[in-house]
Ligand binder design. Sequence first.
Ligand code: GRF
Length: 192
Amino acid sequence: MKQLAIFASGTGSNFDAIVKAIEEGKLDARVALLVCDRVGAAVIEKAQNHEIDTVVYTPKLFPDKSAYEEAILHDLRSRQVEWIVLAGYMRLIGPTLLAPYEGRIMNIHPSLLPAFPGKDAIGQALDKQVKVTGVTVHFVDDGMDTGPIIAQEPVPIYDHDSREDVHRRIQTVEHRLYPEVIQSLLPKEEYK
Ligand code: GRF
């Protein structure tokens, strides 16, 4: 059984969707750990509800980013974590984690990358008045939403949509697509 760690900073609806897919037998993996960088984030309670191990760190209490990531690396190694799944983790991954997990870190982003990287992708799409945006799952590299793309799905934006409408439509896609993509990646890895 593949051991995943999910990194999240916020609400955790994607976290929930992944856990649910596992519980429903659609994803053959185990969430060994939630890594959260924000005390009080809603995702922490979601992990507790499912009795999933959680570590919550405050990055600014560490001397530097590499010390922060060393602490996480220790948590991952002690649980034999093989894959890192970013789900609303609002930080770049540094070399301390990238080197040992290269090609095994993925992220989900609420746009059709390379359009609208970084913060507030939905706001950026609404500002540009695009008619189609979407969801991208990609491997993580040292850039901001720049790694190789694994999967994409378009999401329409209709006239008079509110930000909430677009957010809801995107999240519906995310919650289905992310577990599917994770599942599609894990077995292939066996044959490397
Ligand atoms: C998602 O929209 C994801 O694309 C982005 O952050 C958001 C996290 O939402 N990277 P949630 O915390 O999973 O609800």
